[in-house]
Ligand binder design. Structure first.
Ligand code: PLP
Length: 392
């Protein structure tokens, strides 16, 4: 399968974002050029836009196993997460002030919780094991009579570990504690059925599934007590005022429809290619550790720590060789702190700094993986030769 003559730029950073599918771009282009109406207006352009909006809602609802009326479009996965946390806290503060999240949540969940802590809320951060996984019995042990919300990400954006969210959902069933799942990394990658997961709230985002950036959705199970936090013209039945981003929403829905249909075949291809890549690295490079769960992980995610090299240096050298990978998550890779996910897993700061996240997409090929393996080996040997971290 070796093809060391690859000249095109290789994109292996699909957990940061994905390219927009041509079918998605076409749908969006049609909205920009033809269906530009404001869906709140009763005239024909408005009605056309409204139909696209409602058809798109139906598409997202179907992909999540939800009813159309339970889907609210938002401006991003971050906004969906913020709405879930702030909205649930605001609506239930009279009942209690205790929130449970994991130590490895995305900042879109962790930061709103930090803000709430400043306002008097108590937050329990569930520990994770060396694979980055929580123990559902810790959720049970952490619940108090003041607990109003539990938020657990479906899969981690750094190491790809899939959390036992179904078990958490089961143990919260019948309580009046709201269960939020950040499914931004799993939507269209693995099954995200709101009923089998037991979610009351669930966040998804367009640009992780070959759709556009700047659009997301929040699933709100009927009768879940949450409050809106963007006010204005009362769009989205008052849940989220703002004239709807019709082109973005239509593109998101198209990507979700293709993604749900192709999920199984994409996952099979990604899992096999990931295993091939993992084997290639572990067999040809020494001083390397594989991070995250060996099996319960996102199909396309691989994460490694390499001794005596800096993740940032590897990213820059690989970029120069025509390959995009990540040394952390896009939202925090400018930070000089080691990834909080890796630290929570008990990985030393040095190994955390030496980590590389490779997230494959369904359009990637084995030839690209071979080219990557060859380039990475050379880069690591070179970096280790000049590394001040390597003694002797
Ligand atoms: N949650 C997770 C797990 C993510 O990986 C991301 C993005 O990386 C987000 C939330 C934020 O989504 P968005 O980029 O749409 O704001």
């Amino acid at each position: 399968m070796t093809d060391n003559k690859i000249k095109e730029y290789i994109y292996f950073d699909h957990s940061a974002t994905t390219p927009v599918l041509p079918e998605v771009a076409e749908v969006m282009n049609n909205c920009f050029l033809k269906y530009f109406g404001n869906p709140s207006e009763p005239h024909m352009p408005g009605r056309q836009a409204k139909k696209i909006l409602e058809d798109s809602r139906h598409e997202i609802a179907s992909a999540l196993g939800a009813s159309d009326s339970e889907i609210i479009f938002t401006g991003s996965g971050t906004e969906s997460d913020n709405m879930a946390i702030f909205g649930a806290a605001d609506a239930n503060s009279k009942k209690g002030n205790h929130i449970i999240i994991t130590a490895v949540e995305h900042p879109a969940v962790a930061m709103p919780c930090k803000m709430l802590q400043k306002k008097g809320f108590k937050v329990t951060y569930l520990p994770v094991d060396r694979y980055g996984m929580i123990d559902p019995s810790d959720v049970k042990k952490s619940i108090t009579n003041k607990t109003i919300l539990v938020s657990v990400m479906h899969a981690n954006n750094i190491v790809g570990t899939i959390q036992p969210v179904e078990e958490v959902g089961k143990l919260l069933k019948g309580t009046n504690i709201i269960f939020h799942i950040d499914a931004v990394q799993t939507f269209c990658n693995i099954k995200t059925d709101v009923n089998s997961l037991g979610a009351d709230l669930l966040s998804v985002s367009g640009h992780k599934i070959y759709g556009p950036k700047g659009v997301g959705a929040l699933y709100i199970r009927k009768k879940t007590r949450i409050k809106p936090f963007i006010f204005g013209g009362g769009q989205e039945k008052g849940w989220r005022s703002s004239t709807e981003n019709i082109a973005g929403i239509a593109g998101f829905a198209k990507a979700a429809s293709i993604g749900s249909k192709d999920m199984k075949s994409r996952a099979e291809h990604l899992t096999a290619m990931r295993q091939y890549l993992k084997k290639g690295i572990l067999e040809t490079i020494d001083g390397v550790a594989f991070n995250g769960h060996p099996e319960k992980r996102l199909p396309g995610n691989c994460n490694f720590s390499f001794n005596f090299v800096e993740g940032e240096a590897m990213v820059l050298r690989l970029d120069a060789a025509g390959i995009a990978v990540s040394s952390g998550s896009a939202c925090s890779s400018s930070s000089t702190k080691p990834s909080h996910t890796l630290v929570a897993m008990g990985i030393t700061p040095q190994d955390a700094f030496g980590s590389l996240r490779i997230t494959l997409g369904y359009e990637n090929t084995y030839g690209q993986v071979d080219y990557f393996l060859g380039s990475l080996k050379k880069i690591i040997m070179d970096l280790r030769r000049i590394s001040p971290l390597k003694k002797g």
